[in-house]
Design a protein around this ligand. Sequence first.
Ligand SMILES: Cc1cc2nc3c(=O)[nH]c(=O)nc-3n(C[C@H](O)[C@H](O)[C@H](O)COP(=O)(O)O)c2cc1C
Length: 280
Amino acid sequence: MDVRAQWYDALSTRISRRRFDGRSVPPDLRERLEVFCDGANAPAGAPDSPSVEPGAVTAPARACLVDDPAQQLFTGIIGGYGKVTGTPLAAAFIGRAPSGDDVPDDVQAAVGYLGEGFILEATGLGLGTCWIAASFDHVGAAELVDLTPGEQVVAITPVGYPTRDQAAGERLLRTMVKASARLSVEKLAPGILDCDWPRWAVSAVQAARLAPSGANRQPWRFRLDGDSLVMGRAEKLYCTAPIDFGIARLHVELGAQHEGVSGSWTMQSEPDVARFTPAG
Ligand SMILES: Cc1cc2nc3c(=O)[nH]c(=O)nc-3n(C[C@H](O)[C@H](O)[C@H](O)COP(=O)(O)O)c2cc1C
């Protein structure tokens, strides 16, 4: 997947939206999203998945548009978490699991990285989205998507025009999960304010801070190690953490890139997650 510099602007305008006004996505925008899905392959910086056969042409993660005219995919759960209304278009984020097992963490991270690219692309086109990993009809999604053997739909998002004002239920849900609350950069990266962090690393943490995460748990932590930025994990993790780490990796890259720095990731063993090292 090519990381597009214009996604940086979408980082601060994106929020999860669950109520849509029923308008269809115009064909030219739909085409742009299809081009994204066709072009997105194994995400740069994602670990090589041990679950993919050597030489296999299929990437561990992919995205595709899904027409849901009956609007049945978004089932919602208690309190309306995940209940989405008013759009017949969705996107599915798909990962590959070895022989019917659960999708491994590294593939979930690849799904997070690639799916967030889709979300930021859609945001830049003026469309609303919402990562949904729990509260959707998994069987229905698998039927609507042309899955190859071993693939599973890991998460979906609605794609459409959000209502101008948030309905009472949507506002209540955002309050329940404290969707607008973000941990301070100092909490995410102790020392970031009082030591001499390079600008690219500060920008990377600020960008990661804006990332969406399941139930807004923000499971990532950061520290500088030499010239690298290391992503660690919070003490308690929510079930979506592997996807969240992949999402945050894309945000880190966009934040660093905004300060003119590109780099590469190496995966780390627990309690760390991944290390971003600037090129050159
Ligand atoms: C991996 C992932 C899974 C999510 N799953 C759900 C879900 O099942 N239902 C839902 O309503 N929101 C879901 N969300 C949306 C989060 O609640 C939302 O991103 C978080 O509260 C932060 O709010 P924001 O996206 O508006 O910044 C999910 C987000 C992520 C990143």
